[in-house]
Unconditional design. Structure first.
Length: 90
């Protein structure tokens, strides 16, 4: 499993556990989500590999947003805010 820049596999594995895997996108509060919680078109399908790639991309984007706002966070706080940003948005 490839490592997301700065986000180790244990972190990604933990987020996968929280999100759960959904092979077909379904309505999730305010959007359709599939894979491991990625925004998707209604009914869009995901392989585990696609879901993993989408999650890693989503997490990296969230991490960069957190770092642009507060670049000097300790790793634990950065991880928590990255997870929150990936879930709730910026």
């Amino acid at each position: 499993m490839a490592q997301t820049r700065g986000l180790g596999d244990p972190y990604v594995t933990a987020v996968k556990g929280f999100e759960g895997y959904t092979p077909v996108a379904k309505w999730d509060y305010k959007q359709s989500s599939g894979g491991y919680g990625s925004r998707a078109a209604p009914g869009q399908t995901f392989t585990r590999e696609q879901a993993d790639a989408n999650l890693r991309s989503d997490l990296e984007n969230a991490r960069m947003a957190v770092r642009s706002f507060s670049p000097d966070l300790d790793p634990g706080t950065e991880a928590a805010l990255t997870s929150l940003t990936q879930t709730a948005g910026t």
